[in-house]
Design a protein. Structure first.
Length: 171
């Protein structure tokens, strides 16, 4: 069963005018590719903000999120500096992407039309805050960064993860 498409108004400018409308690379993909509107070379350790030539009018109750492309990160060390970038329903300007070249030695060149990010549309639930003096308890409590352990950190004694090795698991 497929989910019905959400109608979104799109305005194209620059090189995007001559391109096809953005769409998923494969049926069922969540992300829609965003492409560079102008060429840039990003020096090692540097960042650059690149326009996409795409502006949207999202329906109320939705937001779009600009996310990195895994291939750019894995192959070239290029990511999005403020990922995810949030596009609110009321924003009508061009979507720009701030790319960061994390490679220490090799510049990265972006050409016009290169896929530089992906856009994912999600519903947004309104928030109604109620101020309290104390929050209710939870199993985690106020334990923040690193509280669940990590590399080289021993597991807490009450950790529910089993010590069964993968060769003991049968299909």
């Amino acid at each position: 069963m497929s989910t019905p498409a959400v109608p979104v108004l799109i305005k194209l400018s620059g090189s995007a005018v001559q391109a096809a409308l953005p769409d998923p690379a494969h049926p069922g993909d969540a992300g829609i590719d965003l492409r560079a509107d102008t060429p840039h070379t990003i020096a090692p350790g540097d960042r650059v903000t690149i326009g996409t030539g795409v502006a949207l009018a999202l329906p109320q109750g939705f937001a779009a999120y600009v996310l990195p492309r895994s291939g750019l990160a894995a192959r070239h060390g290029v990511t999005i500096l403020n990922a995810p970038g949030t596009i609110d329903a009321g924003y009508r300007g061009e979507i720009s992407v701030t790319l960061l070249n994390t490679d220490r030695t090799t510049p990265f060149t972006v050409g016009v039309g290169d896929r530089i990010a992906q856009l994912v549309l999600q519903t947004v639930v309104p928030i109604a805050f109620t101020q309290v003096q104390q929050l209710p308890g939870s199993a985690r409590g106020d334990q923040g960064f690193g509280s669940t352990g990590g590399f080289g950190t021993p597991r807490p004694e009450n950790d529910a993860v089993s010590d069964v090795s993968t060769d003991q698991i049968k299909d």
